[in-house]
Design a protein around this ligand. Structure first.
Ligand code: WQD
Length: 340
């Protein structure tokens, strides 16, 4: 059995689907603070089965302890549960440090008490900050994170590394996501919008649906070919599949060290203007947009060198950007029609 914390969230739910389709039994812990239980029905529509689910806050050590007493056949943990909104983390740093770090520490406290030895951590390219070299490799030095959110990811990786260095019998993989976008091709699960999205693709699909009059492009005076920021946008299903590869490396002991880090991106940088163009081409929906000032904290450009993950995990992002944006659009329409 695999524990998926944050498994009703965007990447967590897609990973739960891939795990179940690969034959693993899944139990999800989620406090539903940024998702909802209906996601479990979406997972069932795709896989034919509803995963086991426990709703509680991982910051409550007693509840985590009770959980592991009840679920004593867990072989590995994939830890997604964390707050992840960059602007909110700047506004409420204490909430982010407490939630993201205490939940991780509680999980490790119980792991060390139990026989669970394998841990997959959901990290982010944010740990690189404004990297001096592009594309970034796993060896690119971490710079000061641009936000408390990014700092919690850096600190979390260091906590895991120190626990392992102290000799505790744990093996871990940290997966550094670039920009996860899109939705499961079925249209039954996707990125649940909570409030006004800060991320580009949900804002694009909501604008296309008519929820916003126009998309704001945060600056076109960067030192990039078309002046807009460049990111490495990775399809969420491709990203989820990498977690299965990580489990299949961990469980049979194929690791080359006790703590391994992988960049999960496409290896290709795409600008905001290019995203608008590809979305319009892929969906035949014209997008209204307006260029505004830069957004504070935005990194000018970042994309991944994925050769290490390609070689060692035997994983590669395969979905075209057009197909990914089409899946995001399909999900937006399905979600809005469902909500009517
Ligand atoms: C992408 C580009 C914006 C919205 C964040 C987190 C990162 C990860 C992914 C959790 C930027 C531009 C955006 C809009 C725009 N989250 N943009 N108009 O900031 O690269 O990464 O989300 O792990 O940790 O930092 O993603 O989608 O917010 O922005 O012009 O309405 O789109 O300026 O250049 P970002 P994003």
């Amino acid at each position: 059995m695999i524990l998926v914390t944050g498994g009703t969230g965007f990447i967590g739910s897609h990973t739960a689907v891939e795990l179940m389709e690969a034959g693993y039994e899944v139990v999800i812990i989620d406090d539903l603070s940024n998702s909802n239980e209906a996601v479990l029905d979406g997972i069932k529509k795709i896989t034919g089965k509803k995963p086991l689910f426990e709703k509680f806050d991982l910051c409550n050590l007693k509840l985590v302890d009770d959980f592991f007493k009840q679920y004593n056949t867990i072989k590995a943990i994939i830890h997604f549960a964390a707050k992840k909104a960059v602007p909110e983390s700047i506004e409420k740093p204490l909430l982010y440090y407490e939630n993201n770090l205490v939940s991780l520490i509680n999980l490790f406290k119980l792991m060390l008490k139990s026989s669970i030895r394998y841990f997959v951590f959901s990290s982010s390219c944010t740990v690189y900050g404004d990297a001096d070299e592009l594309p970034v490799t796993e060896k690119t030095p971490m710079k000061k994170a641009n936000s408390p959110y990014g700092n919690t990811k850096q600190i979390s990786e260091e906590i895991i590394e120190d626990i392992i260095a102290a000799g505790h019998p744990v093996k871990a993989v940290s997966l550094r996501y670039f920009n996860p976008i899109g939705a499961h091709p079925s249209g039954f699960i996707g990125e649940l919008p909570v409030g006004i999205p800060s991320n580009l693709v949900p804002f694009i699909t909501q604008t296309a649906f008519g929820i916003h009059p126009e998309l704001m492009v945060y600056g076109n005076n960067y030192n990039t070919p078309d002046g807009t920021c460049i990111r490495d946008y990775i399809d969420v299903v491709d990203l989820s599949k990498a977690h299965i590869k990580a489990i299949e490396r961990l469980l049979p002991g194929k690791m080359k060290s006790d703590f391994e880090i992988f960049n999960l991106g496409t290896g290709k940088g795409v600008s905001v203007f290019e995203m608008i163009h590809v979305f319009e081409k892929a969906t035949n929906v014209k997008l209204k947009f307006r260029v505004t000032g830069r957004r504070e904290g935005d990194v000018e450009q970042i994309w991944a060198d994925t050769s290490y993950a390609n070689k060692e995990l035997g994983w590669k992002a395969e979905t075209s950007l057009e197909d990914t944006l089409r899946s995001a659009w399909k999900w937006e329409k399905y979600y809005r029609n469902q909500s009517k």
